[in-house]
Design a protein around this ligand. Structure first.
Ligand SMILES: [Zn+2]
Length: 319
């Protein structure tokens, strides 16, 4: 077995992201506990393969147990919406950057949560057992000779570290939230751009959002899954893509950036290509009549050209 070099080019990261579910050489699907190998061919081309095609690797960057992706990826043309106050849109035009809010500042105290506090003992026991098993069944070649008492102490220490890592994660994870839907949402207009306010919604697509952020594999973009925390837990690596079922109407797709340390302030700005992002800018049905003109003039001042449209909610019915 060749040693792992841990050398990852951007191309290899992208291949790992795009081909996540299957061997990039032969197309065979991965299953849980299969080994995935990331590396390069003799010609230096990136490869992400299963044991089936391991022989094609001249260099192994890393190999690991394959796991299903923590989130579902929408179709390329899936329509995404972002409802916002006009002043925030002006900031977007000025900065040419998308604001990613720190997870603990999003206003939902369940962001990043693993489960319900009253079920924590079950979670703790599961992980304690997992750690104990790890010490009792070390990998071949490892020379562990520790007493049951030490195993218990080490398992408790690792559990403590796991809890601290969870707390750290929500202060080092940054999120840009979008709504997935084929049509405008009256509920979201009312929530983010209430009557008497000047609001707009950006309409884009999953693919356009990804490309406008530089097609960067370190930014994870996917659907939030709404789960019943009374019956299940979020996983250690997927909690940022799990929310309570009572928020299911949000149909959220989020872009997520992880940092090692918290930034100063409650968010970070990420450069974005506005011509790619802004498929249409829709004016709130509750906005004052002057907003559409001001919106076009403001975009033009910042040299940004994108189609604008009135909300379909202002259409008049007949009886
Ligand atoms: Zn293969």
């Amino acid at each position: 077995m060749q040693p792992m070099t841990q050398r990852f080019t951007q191309e290899l990261r992208k291949l790992e992201r795009d081909s996540h579910d299957k061997c990039s050489s032969c197309g065979r699907s991965f299953h849980e506990a299969d080994t995935a190998h990331a590396g390069y061919s003799i010609n230096g081309a990136p490869l992400y393969v299963g044991d089936c095609c391991e022989a094609h690797l001249a260099e192994t960057a890393a190999r690991y147990y394959w796991q299903p992706r923590a989130y579902e990826i929408p179709e390329a043309e899936a329509p995404l919406w972002r409802y916002m106050d006009f002043s925030k849109f002006v900031a977007l035009l000025k900065d040419q950057a998308l604001y990613f809010a720190r997870a603990d500042s999003l206003g939902d105290r369940w962001e990043g949560a693993k489960g319900i506090a009253s079920n924590k003992s079950k979670w703790d026991e599961h992980y304690l057992q997992f750690f104990r098993d790890g010490f009792r069944n070390p990998p071949p070649g490892a020379d562990f000779n520790i007493s049951e008492e030490q195993i218990e102490k080490e398992a408790q220490r690792l559990l403590c570290e796991l809890g601290a890592a969870g707390e750290h994660d929500i202060r080092t994870t940054y999120v840009s939230c979008w709504h997935e839907g084929n049509v405008e949402s009256e509920a979201l207009w009312r929530l983010y751009c209430p009557p008497q306010s000047a609001g707009i919604a950006i309409r884009t697509t999953f693919s356009a959002l990804n490309v406008s952020l530089g097609d960067d594999p370190s930014i994870r973009i996917g659907r939030v899954r709404y789960i019943d925390f009374r019956k299940t837990f979020a996983g250690v690596n997927d909690a940022i893509f799990r929310k309570r079922q009572s928020l299911g109407h949000e149909k959220e797709v989020r872009a997520v950036i992880r940092r090692f340390e918290p930034s100063e302030g409650l968010g970070i700005l990420r450069p974005v290509e506005l011509p790619q992002l802004l498929k249409t800018v829709v004016v709130s049905p509750f906005a004052p009549p002057w907003l559409e003109v001001v919106l076009r003039e403001t975009m033009s001042r910042f040299g940004v050209h994108a189609p604008t449209a009135a909300s379909e909610l202002i259409l008049e019915p007949f009886f």
